[in-house]
Design a binder for this molecule. Structure first.
Ligand code: F6P
Length: 362
């Protein structure tokens, strides 16, 4: 068999190990893997010679440890209503002799895969997004690495915050899902965590920060700095999320960013020394963690097995700590958001910890 593999959407740590896993499994059975560059773009244009690369087992060692995607990414939508390229995708697959495609992506790339699959194209998905907002799987590649970056950065911020007695806002990604802020903030023991799923008022935020300052005093130690982890999609009640600019991508998404800076301006009226840092792309560009390498590799193996078994139209998934598969169609119900009742303390604006639950298990 000849199988194409592509990476679409925003890059995430774990993409290269997943590609390495695909190549490793395919090589065992003598299948050929073609790398399709820049996501769905490779199959959505006519002159695509520069987009195609043969991937043999010699790439495995290098790909296994690298962040980003050696196949590059794009937010190309081959099934956009105003520019549908389904026929061209079919034509290109025929021209390249592809029996199936493995699409590694988030809700957009896999949403397009679901539509193409309904239209008769054999495709298997591998879930990736640092946001962990895909329905149908408990894990998405990149999430663990991004959480490690958040946790490590919060530690660094705490040193400077302590030295200057600062209320420090640390803005993290996640789009409209608060998982990164919630679990990164939990791991970092953040004093306040703001997520998109719960809109707060400025009065509430101010008094919660104030309470946390008084609380340390009450408990007999002086801690005059506080760490507020804020998700880029978090917003004040009655207001929209802060947009980074006015650009909209092929899937209709605008970019979020800047809420930390906005809140800093408002909090400065109450707290003398307030500062802000956005982690932005530092969360995405890190080398994949051990978990993202292992899961990426296994996802890659499973995707090839699924194609061999004729299980196209599915996404590789993890449910209840087991590798399984989910119909691609389900991904279109994304995003999967934080359940506020279960996971968030709306009084303290922080994570709710249930002693019987492990994080992110459902
Ligand atoms: O979906 C991954 C993500 O990193 C989001 O957390 C973020 O909002 C978005 O992509 C940024 O997209 P871009 O790479 O287009 O700036």
């Amino acid at each position: 068999m000849r199988i194409g593999v592509l990476t679409g959407g925003g890059d995430a740590p774990g993409l290269n190990p997943a590609i390495a896993g695909v190549v490793e499994r395919a090589a065992l059975d003598g299948h050929e893997i073609l790398g399709l560059k820049r996501g769905w773009e490779a199959l959505s244009i006519r002159e695509n010679d520069n987009h195609i690369i043969l991937l043999g087992p010699e790439i495995i060692r290098e790909y296994s440890r690298l962040g980003g995607s050696k196949l590059q990414c794009s937010r190309t939508n081959p099934v956009a209503e105003d520019k549908d390229r389904t026929d061209l995708v079919k034509e290109n697959m025929k021209k390249l002799g592809l029996d199936a495609v493995i699409a590694i992506g988030g809700e957009d790339t896999l949403g397009a895969a679901a539509v193409l699959s309904e239209r008769g194209i054999p495709v298997v998905g591998i879930p990736k997004t640092i946001d962990r907002d895909l329905v149908g799987t408990e894990y998405t590649l990149g999430y663990d690495t991004a959480l490690n970056v958040i946790c490590d950065s919060a530690e660094r911020i705490a040193h400077t915050a302590e030295s200057h007695q600062t209320i420090f806002l640390l803005e993290v990604m996640g789009r409209h899902a608060g998982w990164l802020a919630l679990r990164g903030g939990e791991a970092a023991f953040a004093d306040v965590i703001l997520i998109p799923e719960y809109s707060f008022t400025m009065d509430q935020l101010t008094s919660v920060v104030d309470e946390r300052l008084r609380e340390s005093e009450r408990l007999g130690f002086e801690q005059l700095y506080k760490i507020v982890v804020v998700s880029e999609g978090a917003h004040i009640e009655g207001e929209d999320a802060v947009r980074r600019d006015s650009q909209i991508d092929e899937f209709g998404h605008y970019s979020l960013g800047g809420v930390g800076n906005y809140l800093k301006g408002l909090l400065q009226h109450e707290f003398k020394h307030t500062r802000y840092t956005a982690l932005a792309y530092l969360q995405r560009g890190a080398p994949p963690s051990q978990k993202d390498r292992q899961i990426g590799r296994r996802f890659g193996h499973n995707a090839v097995e699924m194609i061999k078994n004729g299980d196209t139209g599915y996404m590789v998934a993890i449910k209840r700590a087991r590798l399984t598969k989910t119909p691609l169609e389900e991904v279109r119900k994304s995003p999967s958001l934080v359940d506020v009742d279960k996971n968030y303390d709306t009084e303290r604006l922080n994570v709710k910890i249930e002693w019987t639950d492990l994080p992110d298990e459902s």
